[in-house]
Design a protein around this ligand. Structure first.
Ligand code: ADP
Length: 359
């Protein structure tokens, strides 16, 4: 059995709000799991139920095969890092990191050795005598992480730990968190609304929306095999382009172009004739010009953004808009008309009613 099991977990707050619906997830020992989704989708609520800070309304939570619903946070042997660092301002970095061990009455020699080792992992060795106010935001967050990992617990929970940092610090800390996970091997559950953080850190990602799990998978699976329109649009930057239309003679209109969806639908083509369908294609999945085995689209260039390694091209086709990612050397002129191809293999089709993927 998996190390952590969440089975049909629900959270209904005392005011009646149903924040988490039938959450199911098995987590293996040492896995790095990321909960991602827009603000208010139930990520923190789920994490807090795992931490024992919030009651589980129904369902089973198992740690190492034992039902832990009623266990207190201490008994769960979980360490948690929050968005706010919550350091003790009057204590040095050393004492902040050592705090949990001191409280537990651990031997001073052992504390000293473990604090030094933790500080080394986190690059804080030269700052142990400082007070938190003499540290940068990134360093403070490292102290908070140090305080958590020094306890050598098996389960490590992080709730938006990077959101108080600036963009550059976030990138640095992101790779440090990945390294810390490598070194400690702790089972980690990490909450973020940032899909880049999710994609770069996770072994597996849980995408949530409105209290419901939308999909669970590796970063690769979520990017290449999204199960619905929401996941397809949430993972990837710029997001996937969508064209919605009623299928007529196996095609849907995109401006004055006709996109052949029947080819992709195969045997289901008849079933979808006259039905609403959503066609998705990623900005980076197109080719300029006309290639074989592709839908061809004529479009007007509204705006181009040269970003160095690629250019984002904002196009319109009739009323529809889309973003294309092209090689900067191929950047089209503003206000020009271009033709591009969407290879059939890069087209996603979703049911217009359920928004679930068809093919
Ligand atoms: P996220 O972490 O994804 O931003 P949360 O888990 O914090 O979302 O919240 C999920 C939903 O539950 C939100 O709509 C939020 O307003 C609601 N919520 C959170 N805490 C409480 C509470 N104590 N009582 C009632 N509703 C709450």
């Amino acid at each position: 059995m998996s190390y952590l099991v969440l089975k049909d977990i629900n959270k209904i707050y005392p005011n009646g709000y149903h924040a988490v619906h039938n959450f199911n997830l098995d987590i293996e020992k040492g896995e790095f799991i990321v909960f991602v989704g827009p603000s208010g989708c139930g990520k923190s609520t789920t994490l807090r139920m795992i931490a024992g800070l919030e009651d589980i309304s129904s369902g089973d939570f198992l740690i190492d095969g034992k039902r832990a619903n009623e266990w207190g946070p201490q008994q769960r042997e979980i360490a948690m890092v929050f968005q706010s660092y919550a350091l003790y301002p009057q204590m040095t970095v050393f004492d902040n990191i050592a705090f949990g061990l001191t409280l537990a009455g651990v031997d001073e020699d052992v504390i000293e050795e473990r604090v030094k080792n933790t500080a080394r992992i986190l690059g804080l060795t030269d700052y142990l005598d400082r007070l938190p106010r003499a540290l940068s935001g990134g360093q403070r967050q490292r102290v908070a992480i140090g305080r958590a990992i020094i306890r050598k617990v098996g389960i490590f929970l992080m709730d938006e730990p990077l959101s108080n940092l600036d963009a550059k610090q976030r990138v640095t800390m992101r790779s440090e968190i990945a390294q810390i996970h490598q070194e400690t091997g702790a089972t980690t559950i990490y909450v973020t609304h940032d899909q880049t953080e999710a994609m770069t850190l996770a072994d597996r990602i849980v995408v949530m929306k409105d209290g419901y799990v939308q999909q669970i998978g590796t970063p690769y699976e979520l990017y290449y095999k999204p199960e619905n329109v929401f996941v397809a649009g949430f993972i990837g930057e710029p997001p996937m382009n969508f064209v919605t239309g009623i299928v007529k003679d196996g095609k849907i209109p995109f401006g004055k172009n006709q996109l052949d969806v029947a080819k992709k639908l195969g045997q289901k083509a008849a079933e979808y004739e006259g039905e609403k369908i959503v066609l998705g294609f990623r900005p980076e999945a197109i080719e300029l010009g006309e290639i074989e085995d592709a839908c061809h689209v004529e479009a007007d260039v509204e705006l181009t953004e040269m970003l160095g390694d690629n250019t984002n091209v904002y196009i319109t086709a009739g009323e529809e808009k889309a973003i294309l990612k092209v090689d900067p050397h191929d950047t089209p002129e503003m206000d020009s008309t271009i033709t591009f191809s969407i290879p059939y293999e890069s087209i996603y089709l979703f049911d217009g009613e359920t928004e679930a993927v068809i093919s």
